[in-house]
Write a protein that binds this ligand. Structure first.
Ligand SMILES: [Zn+2]
Length: 77
């Protein structure tokens, strides 16, 4: 399928209205009790953050992590 870019809509940063994003990574630790492995493991979740202000739009976050992320942001303020 050939994609016509004029038929696409931009994703805009919720904070600064920027339209350029960079790839970043969220890392979650998985307890060894869940995986039955001898050690805890880490899972990386690729995300996009705003090129200008580093904000990560809610829509980029996995749904299960949205509430966690809000808490982290609030703690830093
Ligand atoms: Zn931004």
């Amino acid at each position: 399928m050939r994609l016509d870019l004029s038929q696409t809509t931009p994703i805009i940063c919720e904070k600064c209205n920027g339209q350029i994003f960079k790839e970043v990574m969220m890392i979650r630790k998985v307890s060894r009790f869940i995986t039955n492995q001898p050690q805890d493991t880490m899972v990386n979740i690729p995300l996009f953050s705003c090129h200008k202000c580093d904000h990560v739009n809610n829509e980029f976050l996995p749904e299960a992590l949205r509430s966690d992320y809000v808490e982290i942001v609030e703690e830093n303020n």
